[in-house]
Design a protein around this ligand. Structure first.
Ligand code: SF4
Ligand code: SF4
Length: 195
Protein backbone atom coordinates (compact mmCIF):
# COMPACT_ATOMS: atom_id res chain seq x y z
CA UNK A 1 0.00 0.00 0.00
CA UNK A 2 1.39 3.39 -1.00
CA UNK A 3 2.14 5.80 1.85
CA UNK A 4 1.27 9.41 1.13
CA UNK A 5 3.59 11.84 2.84
CA UNK A 6 1.77 15.00 3.85
CA UNK A 7 4.05 18.05 3.93
CA UNK A 8 4.04 20.10 7.15
CA UNK A 9 2.16 23.41 7.04
CA UNK A 10 4.20 26.38 5.91
CA UNK A 11 5.77 28.43 8.69
CA UNK A 12 3.89 31.68 9.05
CA UNK A 13 6.47 34.45 8.98
CA UNK A 14 3.81 37.10 9.37
CA UNK A 15 2.99 36.55 13.05
CA UNK A 16 3.78 40.13 14.04
CA UNK A 17 1.11 41.51 11.69
CA UNK A 18 -1.40 38.93 12.82
CA UNK A 19 -0.92 39.84 16.51
CA UNK A 20 -1.01 43.56 15.73
CA UNK A 21 -4.25 43.08 13.78
CA UNK A 22 -5.70 41.09 16.64
CA UNK A 23 -5.03 43.90 19.14
CA UNK A 24 -6.25 46.51 16.67
CA UNK A 25 -9.64 44.74 16.50
CA UNK A 26 -9.79 44.54 20.31
CA UNK A 27 -9.07 48.27 20.54
CA UNK A 28 -11.80 49.01 18.02
CA UNK A 29 -14.28 47.04 20.10
CA UNK A 30 -13.15 48.72 23.33
CA UNK A 31 -13.49 52.16 21.75
CA UNK A 32 -17.08 51.36 20.75
CA UNK A 33 -17.95 49.94 24.17
CA UNK A 34 -16.35 52.78 26.13
CA UNK A 35 -17.94 55.35 23.83
CA UNK A 36 -21.41 53.97 24.60
CA UNK A 37 -20.54 53.62 28.30
CA UNK A 38 -19.49 57.26 28.73
CA UNK A 39 -22.25 58.68 26.53
CA UNK A 40 -24.85 56.88 28.66
CA UNK A 41 -23.03 57.77 31.90
CA UNK A 42 -23.13 61.45 30.94
CA UNK A 43 -26.79 61.12 29.86
CA UNK A 44 -25.91 61.98 26.27
CA UNK A 45 -27.56 58.77 25.09
CA UNK A 46 -30.60 56.87 26.32
CA UNK A 47 -29.80 53.54 27.95
CA UNK A 48 -31.73 50.52 26.68
CA UNK A 49 -31.30 48.64 29.94
CA UNK A 50 -34.54 47.94 31.78
CA UNK A 51 -34.21 48.75 35.49
CA UNK A 52 -36.35 45.88 36.67
CA UNK A 53 -38.10 45.45 39.13
CA UNK A 54 -38.46 49.20 39.73
CA UNK A 55 -39.27 49.63 36.05
CA UNK A 56 -41.69 46.87 34.95
CA UNK A 57 -41.59 45.65 31.38
CA UNK A 58 -44.59 45.69 29.10
CA UNK A 59 -44.43 42.78 26.71
CA UNK A 60 -47.55 43.76 24.81
CA UNK A 61 -51.02 42.35 24.55
CA UNK A 62 -50.11 38.99 23.07
CA UNK A 63 -47.79 38.06 25.95
CA UNK A 64 -48.82 34.87 27.73
CA UNK A 65 -47.86 35.03 31.38
CA UNK A 66 -49.17 33.64 34.63
CA UNK A 67 -52.54 31.87 34.39
CA UNK A 68 -55.70 32.90 36.16
CA UNK A 69 -59.20 31.48 36.49
CA UNK A 70 -62.08 33.83 35.79
CA UNK A 71 -65.21 34.24 37.91
CA UNK A 72 -68.94 34.24 37.31
CA UNK A 73 -71.24 37.10 38.36
CA UNK A 74 -71.69 35.52 41.80
CA UNK A 75 -67.91 35.42 42.42
CA UNK A 76 -67.55 31.64 42.01
CA UNK A 77 -65.02 30.34 39.51
CA UNK A 78 -66.29 30.02 35.95
CA UNK A 79 -64.68 26.63 35.26
CA UNK A 80 -67.11 23.76 34.65
CA UNK A 81 -64.47 21.04 35.02
CA UNK A 82 -64.87 19.85 31.43
CA UNK A 83 -61.19 18.81 31.21
CA UNK A 84 -60.73 20.32 27.75
CA UNK A 85 -57.78 22.43 28.90
CA UNK A 86 -56.12 19.48 30.61
CA UNK A 87 -56.64 17.37 27.48
CA UNK A 88 -55.21 20.06 25.21
CA UNK A 89 -52.21 20.78 27.43
CA UNK A 90 -49.09 19.39 25.74
CA UNK A 91 -47.12 19.46 28.99
CA UNK A 92 -49.72 17.50 30.98
CA UNK A 93 -49.47 20.00 33.80
CA UNK A 94 -53.13 20.76 34.55
CA UNK A 95 -54.74 18.54 37.20
CA UNK A 96 -58.48 18.75 37.78
CA UNK A 97 -60.81 16.89 40.14
CA UNK A 98 -64.45 17.42 39.26
CA UNK A 99 -67.52 17.29 41.46
CA UNK A 100 -71.26 17.80 40.99
CA UNK A 101 -72.45 21.34 41.65
CA UNK A 102 -75.22 22.06 44.15
CA UNK A 103 -76.82 24.34 41.57
CA UNK A 104 -78.62 22.05 39.12
CA UNK A 105 -78.04 24.54 36.26
CA UNK A 106 -74.30 23.94 36.59
CA UNK A 107 -73.28 20.42 35.75
CA UNK A 108 -69.84 20.25 37.40
CA UNK A 109 -67.20 22.35 39.05
CA UNK A 110 -63.57 21.60 40.02
CA UNK A 111 -62.94 20.80 43.66
CA UNK A 112 -59.28 20.78 42.72
CA UNK A 113 -57.67 22.70 39.87
CA UNK A 114 -53.91 22.85 39.86
CA UNK A 115 -51.25 23.85 37.36
CA UNK A 116 -47.71 22.59 37.78
CA UNK A 117 -46.10 25.72 36.48
CA UNK A 118 -42.60 24.25 36.22
CA UNK A 119 -43.88 21.92 33.51
CA UNK A 120 -45.89 24.58 31.71
CA UNK A 121 -44.51 25.85 28.41
CA UNK A 122 -46.87 28.86 28.27
CA UNK A 123 -48.26 27.81 24.91
CA UNK A 124 -51.78 29.10 25.62
CA UNK A 125 -53.47 25.89 24.44
CA UNK A 126 -55.50 25.73 27.68
CA UNK A 127 -56.83 29.23 27.06
CA UNK A 128 -57.70 28.36 23.48
CA UNK A 129 -59.38 25.09 24.42
CA UNK A 130 -61.62 26.48 27.14
CA UNK A 131 -65.17 26.95 25.79
CA UNK A 132 -66.30 29.26 28.59
CA UNK A 133 -63.41 31.72 29.05
CA UNK A 134 -62.61 30.18 32.42
CA UNK A 135 -58.82 30.17 32.11
CA UNK A 136 -56.56 32.79 30.63
CA UNK A 137 -52.89 33.62 30.53
CA UNK A 138 -52.38 37.16 31.82
CA UNK A 139 -49.60 39.75 31.64
CA UNK A 140 -47.76 38.77 34.85
CA UNK A 141 -44.28 37.42 34.19
CA UNK A 142 -42.40 37.58 37.52
CA UNK A 143 -42.38 34.06 38.95
CA UNK A 144 -39.10 33.79 40.86
CA UNK A 145 -39.10 31.88 44.12
CA UNK A 146 -37.46 29.19 46.19
CA UNK A 147 -40.17 27.15 47.90
CA UNK A 148 -41.00 23.89 46.18
CA UNK A 149 -44.76 23.93 46.57
CA UNK A 150 -44.98 27.47 45.23
CA UNK A 151 -44.74 26.06 41.74
CA UNK A 152 -48.05 24.25 41.87
CA UNK A 153 -50.69 26.94 41.44
CA UNK A 154 -53.86 26.03 43.32
CA UNK A 155 -57.44 26.89 42.44
CA UNK A 156 -57.58 29.68 45.02
CA UNK A 157 -54.29 31.15 43.88
CA UNK A 158 -55.36 31.01 40.23
CA UNK A 159 -58.64 32.76 40.94
CA UNK A 160 -58.03 35.05 43.89
CA UNK A 161 -54.39 36.02 44.24
CA UNK A 162 -53.67 39.57 45.33
CA UNK A 163 -52.67 40.78 41.87
CA UNK A 164 -56.12 39.93 40.49
CA UNK A 165 -57.66 42.54 42.81
CA UNK A 166 -60.72 40.55 43.76
CA UNK A 167 -60.77 38.32 40.70
CA UNK A 168 -61.45 38.73 36.99
CA UNK A 169 -64.98 38.25 35.70
CA UNK A 170 -65.46 35.97 32.72
CA UNK A 171 -66.68 37.63 29.54
CA UNK A 172 -68.99 34.69 28.96
CA UNK A 173 -72.25 34.54 30.89
CA UNK A 174 -73.86 31.24 31.81
CA UNK A 175 -76.42 31.76 29.06
CA UNK A 176 -73.75 32.47 26.44
CA UNK A 177 -71.73 29.28 26.53
CA UNK A 178 -69.63 28.48 23.49
CA UNK A 179 -70.30 31.81 21.78
CA UNK A 180 -67.15 33.32 20.35
CA UNK A 181 -66.09 36.72 21.66
CA UNK A 182 -63.38 39.15 20.72
CA UNK A 183 -59.91 38.14 21.86
CA UNK A 184 -59.01 41.74 22.68
CA UNK A 185 -61.49 41.83 25.59
CA UNK A 186 -59.71 38.90 27.20
CA UNK A 187 -56.55 40.91 27.59
CA UNK A 188 -57.95 44.03 29.17
CA UNK A 189 -57.13 43.38 32.81
CA UNK A 190 -54.25 44.77 34.81
CA UNK A 191 -52.17 45.93 31.90
CA UNK A 192 -50.04 48.24 34.00
CA UNK A 193 -47.94 47.72 37.07
CA UNK A 194 -48.23 43.93 37.15
CA UNK A 195 -45.08 41.92 36.70
S1 SF4 B 1 -50.03 27.23 28.75
FE1 SF4 B 1 -49.78 25.30 27.60
S2 SF4 B 1 -48.40 24.07 28.84
FE2 SF4 B 1 -49.15 25.71 30.15
S3 SF4 B 1 -50.92 24.85 31.22
FE3 SF4 B 1 -51.69 25.88 29.40
S4 SF4 B 1 -51.77 24.29 27.82
FE4 SF4 B 1 -50.45 23.53 29.47
S1 SF4 C 1 -60.75 25.85 32.57
FE1 SF4 C 1 -62.19 25.72 30.84
S2 SF4 C 1 -61.43 24.02 29.60
FE2 SF4 C 1 -60.46 23.82 31.62
S3 SF4 C 1 -61.81 22.44 32.75
FE3 SF4 C 1 -62.44 24.55 33.22
S4 SF4 C 1 -64.07 24.98 31.76
FE4 SF4 C 1 -62.98 23.19 30.97
Amino acid sequence: MAVIKVPPPPVDRNVFFQVAGYFAEIMKGMRLTLGIFFRQLLRMEKTNTLEWPEQPADYGDRFKGKHFLTLRDDGKIRCTACFLCATACPADCIHIEASEHSDSRIEKFPVRFEIDILRCVFCGMCEEACPVDAIRLGPEYAMAGLAGDKWVYTKDYLAQRQELVGGVESIKAESAKHIDTGADKRRSYLRHGVH
